[in-house]
Ligand binder design. Structure first.
Ligand code: NAD
Length: 481
């Protein structure tokens, strides 16, 4: 079994206590690698290394275009290693190889984009209303950025943080999820190979309560960029507030896919199916509520079942597989618990609703694709994030009701709208409380377009021009001539 090391100050180290933990394949259930179990002392070392690298002329005085070139070189290396990294991710988190390949091939774009942006972060000259006074601004990096990432799209979500943070001139300590650290540690080699000075990127592995908190609270960490569950996000926010650190929080969702009576129904069916069952429902943007106009409700459910029933489950490394396992044992138990909650609440289970025991699922942590009808908007199954392949269908009678149901959760990450009316599409784009609204499509993201949550789904934006602002501070310089 492979034993990994952590990257601190350019050295590959074992954890201070020498301990490791095993990472398991969600498909076979077998442990396949040992990951260092980092301690607070390792966090301190990593932050010290990042702070030293931030102060080091090798990084601080490197020209912005040279910094951009490093990021672009890194993008090339990721592209060259995409297949290998995709396989590691699939092995570690059980997501389909087809999906991880797609992500890995796209990840370089974040490094190209923010590498390209590095030398375009200009200040301004302010025409101050006092004679002889000159005022200008500088865009400056914050310092050491703590990047904390979840297990569901490990490298993609890390790229969303690391590319703008490094492009803006910061240094980074990255703590990947304890359930998906192997690909992060493999990725670490590429920073070295691209030529980043030692300490600019550090990776510490381990558990959230053992090292995540130390990282967030560390006095020399200037900013926290976090993706994960909203409860964890809340505690990260509270902890960061104690030392007045800015945060970017990308949290959970309960996104609505709204199918209007004028929708192209087959497209809408495809969109709803991929919105909830892609990645086994383990995406923050999962369209876990389908709001369907009452006039087409029964027809829609019938077509949806016809498609969802044919989903091939099995080995995520097999290209033909369409639904893979749930990533972690606790998550598997949580999904099944929510299914029982929904049944007890009176929702009607019309598909799935059990662990999957098909022979092709082996010993994996599978749950059958599950669909509930007769769901009321106030039920827990319609309010809380399940993070699994569980869809709730809720009928509505008119646009106002659809908006009220869609907006009627604490979350506001994304929404899908299926209609042929441009007027309705624009109204929905305005009235839905969500950081992303998709019309006649779902799950599209780009390095160019801002991504983030309204309400309890988060704070700040990743990707696009907005993202780099999350990693800069503006200085006002006055000169009395
Ligand atoms: P999680 O909140 O359990 O863990 C996320 C990360 O935080 C992990 O690295 C974990 O070790 C760390 N962590 C845990 N406790 C911590 C603490 N007290 N202090 C600091 N760090 C701590 O989330 P998860 O289960 O890994 O991921 C699933 C969640 O992530 C879902 O809720 C999902 O919606 C969300 N998510 C959001 C987005 C988005 O962009 N909005 C994307 C993907 C996933």
């Amino acid at each position: 079994m492979k034993t990994y090391r952590m990257l601190v100050g350019g050295a590959w180290i074992v954890a201070a206590g020498g301990e490791t933990f095993e990472t398991e394949s969600p498909f076979s259930g077998e442990a396949w690698a040992r990951i260092p179990r980092g301690t607070p002392a390792d966090v301190d070392r990593a932050v010290a290394a990042a702070a030293a690298a931030f102060a080091d002329p090798a990084w601080r005085r490197i020209s912005a275009s040279a910094r951009g070139a490093l990021l672009r070189r890194l993008g090339d290396l990721v592209a060259a290693e995409a297949e290998r990294l995709a396989e590691i991710e699939t092995r570690d988190n059980g997501k389909l190889i087809t999906e991880m390949r797609g992500q890995l091939r796209y990840i370089p774009q974040w490094f190209y984009y923010f590498g390209g942006l590095a030398d375009k972060l200009e200040g301004r000259v302010i025409p101050i209303d006092k004679p002889g006074v000159f005022n200008f601004t500088r865009e400056e990096p914050l310092g050491v950025v703590a990047a904390i990432t979840p297990w569901n799209s490990p490298l993609m979500l890390a790229a969303w943080k690391l590319a703008p943070a490094l492009g803006a001139g910061n240094t980074v300590v990255w703590k990947p999820s304890e359930f998906s650290s192997a690909s992060a540690l493999e990725f670490g080699r590429l920073f070295e190979e691209a030529g980043f000075p030692p300490g600019v990127v550090n990776i510490v592995t381990g558990f959230g309560n053992e090292i995540g908190e130390r990282l967030v609270a560390h006095p020399r960490v200037a900013k926290v960029a976090f993706t994960g569950g909203d409860r964890t996000g809340q505690s990260v926010y509270e902890l960061a507030a104690r030392s007045i650190k800015p945060v970017t929080l990308e949290l959970g969702g309960k996104s609505a896919n709204i199918v209007f009576e004028d929708a192209e129904i087959d497209n809408a069916v495809k969109g709803v199916v991929s919105g909830i069952f892609a990645a086994t429902g383990q995406t923050c943007i999962a369209g876990s509520r389908a709001l369907v106009h009452r006039s087409l409700h029964d027809d829609f459910v019938e077509r949806l079942l016809a498609v969802a029933k044919t989903a091939r489950m099995g080995d995520p490394l097999d290209e033909a597989t369409q639904v893979g396992p749930v990533t972690t044992r606790p998550q598997h138990a949580k999904v099944l618990e929510y299914i029982e909650i929904a049944k007890a609440e009176g929702a009607r289970c019309v598909l799935g609703g059990t662990p999957a025991t098909r022979p092709e699922c082996g010993k994996g942590w599978f749950v059958e694709p599950t669909i509930f009808t007769h769901v009321k908007p106030t039920m827990r199954i319609a309010q809380e994030e399940v993070f699994g392949p569980v869809l709730s269908i809720i009928p509505f009678d008119d646009d106002e009701e659809a908006i009220a149901i869609a907006n009627g959760t604490l979350y506001g990450l994304a929404a899908g709208v299926w209609t042929q009316s441009i007027g309705r599409a624009l109204t929905m784009a305005e009235r839905l409380e969500a950081g992303t609204v998709w019309v006649n499509t779902y799950r599209a993201v780009s390095y160019m377009s801002p991504f983030g949550g309204y309400k309890r789904s988060g704070i700040g934006r990743e990707s696009g021009l907005s993202a780099v602002r999350e990693y800069l501070q503006e200085k006002s310089v006055w000169i009395d001539t």
